[in-house]
Design a protein around this ligand. Structure first.
Ligand code: PEP
Ligand code: MN
Length: 265
C-alpha cells in the first residue's frame, strides 16, 4: 500500500526523507529546550518534541510544566522555524495545546482513551498516535480509525514497544508492527526506540532496525544533562551523543521497502 504523505510544517511524514523528531522527554525550562533544539536541528531533526503534561507512573514524580511548557515549545519552534509536538492527556488540553504546538501526541497510556481520540479527530490537528504497550496492532489501528472517522486524516503512527516477559528492556520493540501498520492503513509509521528500550545503549541499534523495516521516522529523547533529567534520563541521549547518533542515521541505507514504494509513484 502506498503510504500517504502527512505534512506538519516543513516535516513531511511518508515522503522520501526520514523524519527525525528529537527533544527532551519533559520541558524542564527554557534554557534546556533551546540548547537541545539548537543541537538537534543542526544535526537534521525536522521536529522538536517536549512533554508539557507527563503521564508518570507515580503521582509524586514530576508532572510537567503544563501551559508554561507549551509557551517554551512555541518560542523554540518560532526561533528555529521548526514544528513542535507535545502530548495531551485529556480532551480539555486539546484547545490550549493547539494554540501553541503543531502536532498533538497521544501517548501509549491514552491510546485506549476513545473520547480523547474522537475529540482530537474533530480538532483537525495533526496527531502522533503512539501504540499502547498492551495493545495489539489491530487495536492500535482501530484507535487510529477513531481519529480518521472524524475526518482528520493527519495521523502518524508511532511504535514504542510493548510489554512482554523481558526485563532487561523497559518494553520490547515490535519491529513487525512497522510494516504491518504501514501496509494496513497507509499511514506513515515512526519508531520511538527510547521508550521501547528504556536504555540509551540500545537507541542506535533499534533505530537502524526500524529504518530497515521501513519506518518513516524516529523519535528520540535528548537532554543536555541526562543524569539530571526530571524524567527518562536513562533513555535520553546527551547533546554530544545525539550528534554522533545522527551521523550514523544519516549514513544508514534507506529500506528497500520504502524505496520500492517511492519508485512506483
Ligand atoms: C513520551 O513520549 O514522553 C511518552 C510518555 O511516551 P509513551 O506514551 O510511549 O510512554
Ligand atoms: Mn519520555
Amino acid at each position: 500500500m502506498l503510504v500517504r504523505e502527512i505534512r506538519v510544517g516543513n516535516a513531511i511524514f511518508g515522503g522520501p526523507e526520514i523524519v527525525m523528531i528529537a527533544g527532551p522527554c519533559s520541558v524542564e525550562n527554557e534554557k534546556m529546550v533551546m540548547s537541545t533544539a539548537e543541537t538537534v536541528i543542526r544535526c537534521g531533526a525536522k521536529m522538536l518534541r517536549g512533554g508539557s503534561w507527563k503521564p508518570r507512573t507515580s503521582p509524586y514524580s514530576f508532572q510537567g510544566l503544563g501551559v508554561e511548557a507549551l509557551k517554551i515549545l512555541r518560542k523554540a519552534g518560532n526561533e528555529f522555524s521548526i514544528p513542535v509536538v507535545t502530548e495531551v492527556m485529556s480532551a480539555e488540553q486539546i484547545g490550549i495545546a493547539s494554540e501553541y504546538v503543531d502536532m498533538l501526541q497521544v501517548g501509549a497510556r491514552n491510546m485506549h482513551n476513545f473520547t480523547l481520540l474522537s475529540e482530537i479527530g474533530r480538532s483537525g490537528m495533526p496527531v502522533l498516535l503512539k501504540r499502547g504497550f498492551m495493545a495489539t496492532v489491530e487495536e492500535w489501528l482501530l484507535a487510529a480509525e477513531y481519529i480518521l472517522k472524524e475526518g482528520n486524516e493527519s495521523v502518524v503512527l508511532c511504535e514504542r514497544g510493548i510489554r512482554t516477559f523481558e526485563t532487561w528492556t523497559r518494553s520490547t520493540l515490535d519491529i513487525s508492527a512497522v510494516p504491518l501498520a504501514r501496509n494496513s492503513l497507509g499511514l506513515p509509521v515512526i519508531v520511538d526506540p527510547c521508550h521501547a528500550a528504556g536504555r540509551r545503549d540500545l537507541i542506535l541499534p533499534l533505530s537502524l532496525a526500524a529504518l530497515g523495516a521501513g519506518a518513516d521516522g524516529l523519535m528520540i529523547e535528548v537532554h543536555p544533562d541526562p543524569d539530571k533529567a526530571l524524567s527518562d534520563g536513562g533513555q535520553s541521549l546527551s547533546l554530544e551523543e545525539f550528534e554522533k547518533y545522527s551521523k550514523h542515521i544519516g549514513a544508514a541505507p534507506h529500506s528497500p521497502c520504502r524505496l520500492k514504494e517511492k519508485n512506483r509513484r
